[in-house]
Design a protein. Structure first.
Lengths: 884, 330
């Protein structure tokens, strides 16, 4: 392999270019305000002069001789006939003018001693914190006064006293009267009401000595203030502003080129007028026009300046606009990197692959490649990929000399003959390859995890539904991205740090995030409840699914209980006892033994598992046996649960939500009672006999009371629903064991939907004194204010439907707003905290190495492991991930 | 045993993990406002409150205090109520009506005798207060006061009227409303509006247990360590109320970062992010041009010590495995 010498960048200094520097840097002096001539050939001295580099394939750069790819581009310059203020620096110029004397050009408010101190302070500050922000206050407050304030920003008391420093009326040094300097944004300066021309500004700035410049917080070697008044304009190379060729063959120039043409044109006109001895007025007008063009060239969104527009009326995108914002250079191109070796398509579930696998369609596997280094040990293996044209074959071979050769019919034999150790072949993606898998938005680190490839038929990427949670993925059309890792170091890092099984425990709270959900929980519940037992054939089948080959002796005469089969998944060290969320009574009224979950030495003694208990078991398995065991547990228990639930069948239907007539009657009576209660509080309200709740007005009290009555009524109906639906109702089972849905969902479907709310209150706006025209005015009854008596099963009345959708819309709108707001908050949080890192003395430090925490979290514990149980840590099981 | 095995790894990007752990559940949070029994209704919770906290607003949207009592009042609702009435700030407008008599350039204050009695306010006290703030002559006629201030214009009269209306008569400033509630350890007072220093001076209040949700005020009155703890407490409370489980270590890191240099700093361009070491990091966050311009005039140097800077130039980031360097002599 070719040895590459890589250099690292240690630091970047920002500074201003002096005119001399610009001229030195420049490859061409632009003299013609035009681009191409009639033969569509670049004009010499024009804005696309070939000495600035080339953008057309085939042409050679006249400066470096490089071609399209190899020539980096070269800067040019424009000599401005008259100096022009750089708009972004106008504020700084203003600061310098305001703080110096118009006559002797020295800093006027300080004695020698004070200035010396200030300079020293600045230097000390620069040493300590390179980013002393020269802030707004610098310009707003009496210039130098605030400059001192900026220095003393640490000491707020000092800041307050120095801010009072007044600007003197005469220069203490030369006793000259000081003019009042004003800045009319963006670029016009006034000296006692007279306009200062940029020439005058520049002369003034030139005369300010270096030490005074330093006292003002500027750097005198790298950024003299007079450089902020441009006499010479740096022109970026064409590669920065490439023109595009339309289908018609016309060239369309970049916005920057257009702007530069404008600047050149006016600049030349100004020159011609000066040479012709035109009246001062005309010269100044043109001068101002150059100023306008230069201002908009730097920033086309300058305040108080009309934006320069394209012929079509679209504002031009000039330098500032190119850098700024989400689509700007910094965030879009510099912080955001584009990659190769990636794939993206729709995802679909596959419960039969492991949680750390990803099903890759053949079409993708054929397209993506993985590098394999050729060594003396794998020579024959590697050659297999080169000899064939069928699926796993090599696409390219990278020879040790750095040449890349495509494997084709014609090159094949030569490649095989010359293949040597040190070459790298690029073969198609295969089973077992390491890839990264990602779903956007990538809100946390487990949105990108490392998977192992399983090439499968079909056209979608497949993942085990258990890993949906960290990606927040579902299969309603979601797409995900796949990245084939190319570097050996990267692959190892990904495998050691990002593998799915290492992410089962979330760093957010130290509990499982990748865990059985929905049908997996239901399946585990049905498997482990007392009623479940299997004959020999069934038991053997189920055990085979989880890879157990030894049939335990039956625990129920000739049958095997579900609990026994589940226990095959548990490590023998596991002991656990909790209450189940799903409780039943035996016919005699005593508690069902399944209500308490007991695991003794890895055997499930009693209890039907709910979701909480599954999580607990999973976490304990990981603590005892390590994350690989956790993965195996998830894979096996998942398959087992699904096998059970598939065999037995599991569904919900309309019948689940049908209540017997007496239940419905009872619900009606509840609703009647509610109506009466509401009526009674409304009467009390009208009679003013309603007792005010503390700190609430009478009408607020009424609303509060009604709201509590309505919610109580729905909850009361809930216990009826649960009673009549019983413990065999799949909907209730799912809710109770935490598989899916809640009791509230069942209530809303079976008995009543309940109170609708808009801004956490009963709906109240709409027509005059009523929400809908169906109700009498000022009606405060339940129905008139959005109480839905019907159930979803029965169907909603027109008015109920309307008010229900009102509430529904509110939550839709809220979700939309919330995602935007929380996204921005997270961006800010990440930005503020991204440099914090645990250092080798266990302290947390930022990028300046300043200590944020002396010991991380106060105890140095990893949140991912902080919940580990003491006994788990004492056990002797293999705990690879714990080894320090 | 446990402590060595559960140690955080050196190089772990704890900042990013903390930010993600707090930020990621943001999408699941509600925007609802919470109703604190009695006092201020619609106290922001969930996402808006979390944003308010990391922004470190000067004052929260709905400042609140819980004031615990000492001595007899702790178990005596009447005594607690008496303290609550004392604390609640009463402005003149609550005692009656204030109108202007433009013809005679007088301000007429009709006080409600019942309210005066109810709030135990002495008429002379009111007169004295008006006298000291407004001046001029005051005629008294029962509970009606006529103030003849020394003003010329009607505009000045109106201004004075408004001052009189909001004249604090009694109670602790900024405490708008008080409710006595029963907690685990007896009665306590919950107030809308916050004023630590004022409340701590009140007789019967346990000054060691005054609680406010105004972190900025805690910083001012009790110092940076207290502010750090208050910040942790408030963020934790927001997350707990939403039923979101987030390890305290993440919240602590956030609070520690915000308070690390002795002054509470917000998350965002005016706080932590705006004062980062690297020019490129600041430019990449917000206000790109401003940071580049300032860097140029100060000839600032970016030492590429942060994450963003290194991503921008395409080098390894100083976190995790990127922190490890091989040192050897050539």
């Amino acid at each position: 392999m070719a040895i590459t010498v890589s250099k690292t960048i240690d630091r970047i200094r920002f500074s201003l270019f002096s005119p001399e520097m610009i001229r030195k840097l420049s490859a061409v002096k632009i003299t013609v305000p035009d681009t191409y001539n009639d033969d569509s050939y670049p004009i010499d001295g024009g804005l696309v002069d070939p000495r600035m580099g080339v953008i057309d394939p085939g042409l050679k750069c006249k400066t470096c001789g490089g071609k399209l790819r190899s020539c980096p581009g070269h800067f040019a310059h424009i000599e401005l006939v008259r100096p022009v203020i750089h708009p972004e620096f106008a504020k700084v110029i203003y600061l310098v003018l305001k703080s110096t004397c118009s006559h002797c050009h020295r800093l006027h408010i300080m004695s020698e001693k004070q200035r010396a101190e200030l300079v020293a302070a600045f230097e000390a500050e620069a040493e300590a914190a390179p980013a002393a922000p020269l802030t707004k206050s610098l310009v707003e407050e009496g210039a130098a006064a605030a400059a001192i304030a900026a220095v003393a920003s640490a000491d707020r008391a000092a800041e307050r006293s120095t801010k009072k420093v007044k600007r003197p009326t005469t220069c203490p040094r030369c006793k000259h009267k000081l003019p009042e300097i004003k800045l009319l944004k963006p670029t016009t300066f006034y000296k006692d009401k007279d306009v200062m021309l940029p020439t005058e500004v520049r002369e003034w700035l030139t005369a300010v000595p270096d030490e005074d410049i330093r006292a003002l917080g500027l750097d005198s070697t790298y950024s003299r203030p007079e450089w902020m008044v441009l006499t010479c304009l740096l022109v970026p190379p064409v590669s920065v502003r490439p023109s595009i060729t339309l289908e018609t063959g016309d060239r369309s120039e970049d916005d920057l080129t257009h702007k530069l043409v404008d600047i050149m044109r006016i600049n030349q006109r100004l020159e011609a007028n000066i040479n012709a001895g035109a009246p001062q007025l005309i010269i100044e007008d043109l001068w101002e026009l150059v100023q306008y063009h230069i201002t908009t060239y730097f920033n086309n969104e300058t305040a108080n300046i009309p934006a320069a527009r394209h012929r079509s009326g679209r504002p031009l995108k000039t330098l500032s606009q190119r850098l700024k914002g989400k689509e700007g250079r910094f965030r879009y191109n510099l912080s955001g990197k584009r990659v190769n070796f990636s794939a993206r398509t729709v995802i679909s579930p596959d419960p039969m692959i492991s949680i750390d696998e990803v099903g890759v369609p053949m079409a993708i596997a054929e397209e993506m490649t993985m590098p394999v280094a050729v060594t003396s040990w794998n020579m024959e293996y590697v050659k297999q990929f080169i000899t064939t044209d069928t699926y796993p074959h090599a696409e390219y071979v990278l020879r040790p000399d750095g040449k890349r050769v495509r494997v084709t019919e014609t090159t094949r034999q030569e490649i095989l003959d010359t293949l040597s150790v040190g070459s790298i072949i690029e073969r198609q993606l295969m089973d077992g390859d390491t890839v990264l898998f990602n779903r956007q938005p990538s809100l946390h680190r487990i949105s990108i995890m490392c998977h192992t490839v399983r090439v499968l038929p079909g056209r979608t990427l497949r993942l085990n539904p258990i890993v949906c949670a960290p990606y927040n993925a579902d299969f309603d059309g979601d797409e995900m991205n796949l990245h084939a890792i190319q570097a050996e170091e990267a692959r190892v890092e990904a495998e050691m740090l990002m593998k799915v099984h290492d992410q089962i425990i979330s760093p957010r709270h130290g509990h499982a995030i990748i865990k059985p959900q929905e049908d997996y929980v239901s399946g585990a519940f049905f498997l482990t409840r007392s009623e479940t037992e299997f004959d020999k054939a069934e038991a053997c089948n189920l055990l085979a699914i989880i890879g157990v080959t030894k049939l335990p002796s039956p625990d129920r005469r000739d049958k095997w209980s579900g609990k026994l089969l589940f226990s095959a998944l548990l490590p023998s060290e596991l002991n656990l006892s909790t209450k189940s969320k799903f409780t039943r009574k035996l016919p005699d009224g005593s508690d069902h033994p399944d209500n308490t979950i007991v695991i003794k030495n890895g055997v499930l003694v009693s209890g039907a598992l709910d979701n909480r208990c599954m999580d607990e078991v999973l976490e304990r398995v990981i603590q005892l046996k390590g994350t690989m065991a956790g993965r195996t547990f998830l894979d096996s228990s998942g398959r087992l649960s699904l096998a059970v639930i598939t065999r037995q069948g599991f569904s919900v239907s309309l019948a689940n939500y049908s209540l017997p007539p007496d239940a419905l009657k009872y619900i009606d009576s509840l609703q009647d009672k509610m109506r009466r209660e509401i009526e009674s509080v409304i009467t009390q309200f009208k009679n003013k006999t309603l007792v005010r709740l503390p700190g609430r007005s009478l009408s607020e009290t009424l609303e509060d009371r009604i709201m509590s009555i309505t919610s109580r009524t729905r909850d009361e109906s809930g216990s009826t629903v649960e009673k009549y639906m019983g413990t065999d109702n799949t909907s209730i089972i799912m809710a109770r064991i935490g598989a899916r849905g809640s009791i509230l969902n069942a209530i809303q479907m079976a008995s009543m939907v309940g109170q609708q709310a808009v801004r956490s209150k009963r709906p109240s706006r709409g027509y005059r004194n009523r929400v809908l025209p169906h109700f009498p005015r000022k009606d405060k009854s339940a129905a008139a204010r959005g109480f839905v008596f019907s159930s979803f099963r029965k169907g909603l009345k027109a008015t109920e439907f309307f008010l229900h959708s009102t509430g529904g819309r509110e939550s839709l709108v809220n979700t939309a707003i919330r995602t935007a707001r929380s996204g921005y908050m997270q961006r800010r949080l990440i930005n503020a905290l991204q440099d914090m890192v645990v250092t080798s003395d266990m302290s947390v430090r930022d990028s300046r190495q300043a200590i944020v925490e002396f010991i991380y979290g106060g105890d140095g514990a990893d949140p991912m492991k902080a919940n580990y149980k003491e006994e788990a840590l004492d056990s002797s099981g293999p705990r690879d991930e714990l080894d320090v | 045993m446990k402590s060595t095995l559960t140690k955080i790894a050196v190089g772990e990007a704890v900042g990013i993990v903390a930010a993600q752990s707090i930020g990621e559940p943001g999408t699941q949070m509600t925007m609802r406002t919470f109703h604190y029994a009695g006092v201020a209704e619609q106290v922001p919770t969930g996402l808006p409150r979390l944003i308010e906290l990391v922004d470190v607003r000067k004052e929260p949207k709905k400042p609140l205090m819980d004031i615990y009592l000492k001595g007899a009042a702790k178990d005596d609702e009447k005594k607690a109520q008496a303290i609550a009435t004392d604390i609640e700030s009463v402005t003149l407008i609550r005692l009656g009506e204030v109108t202007e008599d433009f013809a005679q350039k007088k301000i007429v204050i009709e006080l409600d005798a019942d309210e005066l009695a109810h709030l135990k306010v002495d008429l002379d006290e009111v007169r004295k207060k008006i006298k000291t703030t407004v001046g001029g002559e005051i005629e008294t006629e029962g509970t009606v006061l006529r103030v003849k201030p020394k003003v010329n214009s009607l505009r000045m009269l109106r201004r004075l009227t408004n001052r009189i209306k909001s004249l604090p008569i009694r109670g602790v400033e900024r405490i708008r409303r008080c409710v006595v509630l029963k907690g685990k350890e007896g009665y306590f007072i919950r107030t809308a509006g916050s004023n630590i220093s004022g409340i701590m001076k009140v007789e019967g209040v346990d000054p060691t247990r005054v609680y406010t949700n105004d972190v900025k005020e805690v910083e001012k009155m009790l110092g940076i360590e207290a502010a750090r703890n208050a910040m942790v407490h408030e963020i934790k409370q927001v997350l707990d109320m939403q039923g979101l489980n987030v390890d305290v270590r993440h919240i602590m890191l956030l609070a520690d970062a915000m308070t690390m240099n002795g002054q509470i700093k917000s998350i965002g361009r005016h706080g932590l992010s705006g004062q980062k070491a690297g020019v490129l990091a600041r430019a990449a966050f917000e206000e790109t041009v401003k940071h580049l311009v300032n860097a140029a005039i100060q000839a600032e140097e970016d030492r590429l010590i942060g994450v963003t800077e290194n991503i921008i130039v395409g080098q390894t980031v100083p976190l995790g495995t990127g922190l490890v360097k091989l040192k050897m002599k050539i």
